[in-house]
Design a protein around this ligand. Sequence first.
Ligand code: NAD
Length: 427
Amino acid sequence: MIKHELPSYLQQQSQGPWEVYLEQIDRVTPHLGSLARWIETLKRPKRILIVDVPIERDDGSIAHFEGYRVQHNTSRGPGKGGVRFHQDVSLSEVMALSAWMTVKNAAVNVPYGGAKGGIRVDPRQLSKAELQRMTRRYTSEINIIIGPTKDIPAPDVNTNEEIMAWMMDTYSMNQGSTASGVVTGKPISLGGSLGRQEATGRGVFVIGSECAVRKGLDPNRLRIAIQGFGNVGGVAARLFAESGARVVAIQDHATTIVDEGGLDVAAALEHARRTGSLAGFPGCAHLAKQDEFWDIDCDLLIPAALEQQINAANAGRIKAAIVLEGANGPTTPGADDILADRGILVVPDVIANAGGVTVSYFEWVQDFSSFFWTEEEINARLTRIMRDALASVWQIAEDRGVSLRTAAFIVGCTRVLQAREMRGLYP
Ligand code: NAD
């Protein structure tokens, strides 16, 4: 009998990121008062769509990929969240990422629910034409549940404004008219927003600088270590370096570069853009093992790559005053406890990296009104929203003696469950 390979969602797999999220919900539940009776709402995604994405390869063969779009919650508005292309994308991961979007959008009070999508693929193995065919087929398959008032995708790991342009065009072709508000993170010339491309990294920078001051660190003398040198980590590294901080280590998928005196971030960005990674970047040391990254002495450690990077195995080694979560879900609950015991402040993803979705919201508003704002207006509004969100979360953490993560979840989950309660159950 032929042994068939099952799709990943039918194989025994660790529930990894989704379990992390459920534990975070368990931790916040005792703080929600009477709203806790609705808590199951947050433990069950509203809608999961799994799609087969077949494409013809350039050599004439046919390849199939697994695609997902999960709408975790839409109580406060349309679903909103990125699309990830990565070989490790799984149902558990997309469920968790969609749920974190629900909490994040509510924590910074943008009028969205939470959603996320992904394709289980290593995009580096595809030609550009194949990548476009895969993106367009995926968009057509999820076309029935997305839309400017239903669910609005955006870039995430290995997706960018070009892919958003293909998604917008495919959706628009299916609808019969141009619908620029169906995705955010588009090119400016197609209704994208100034400042969107760098918004997540800028938000990380704003929140990191503010937390450093609140912790009594001198923002001009900060030493920064960053894991992930893409849209989030690359921009955050540049803004910190431009502000006078020293970026002492940067890790990407290929290598870790270190220099206690401060790396040349602009040159590193140019090298990564030209060659695809930091491998071979000259003029600094490269760590022998990627794992040694967690031993680096710094003030701010910024995980900005993938989830579950800081776990019980390495949390005890971290030598930073602040862990600033640029990535989604980079710290496990076990690591949260170890870091708290060691007096290391963890600034949670749902606040630290909310700059991207905040400017995505600005983009969506601009698309609806077809009236576009200046970059100064956008950055000023972004900074104000981020600082206000941090201030209220910080206050709750102090008042109730909880972590910043639990405080952010108190704010976010309260808003979502209040909306749920006010709307009532249908029918
Ligand atoms: P990206 O694809 O632009 O960059 C990812 C970076 O991580 C790359 O530099 C890659 O080399 C590195 N990387 C991948 N695997 C690694 C590994 N095993 N070890 C070390 N480095 C590794 O992605 P991005 O958009 O910057 O997203 C990074 C994280 O930020 C993700 O968790 C994403 O969900 C989150 N995030 C992104 C946005 C956004 O607007 N793009 C918004 C909020 C949160």
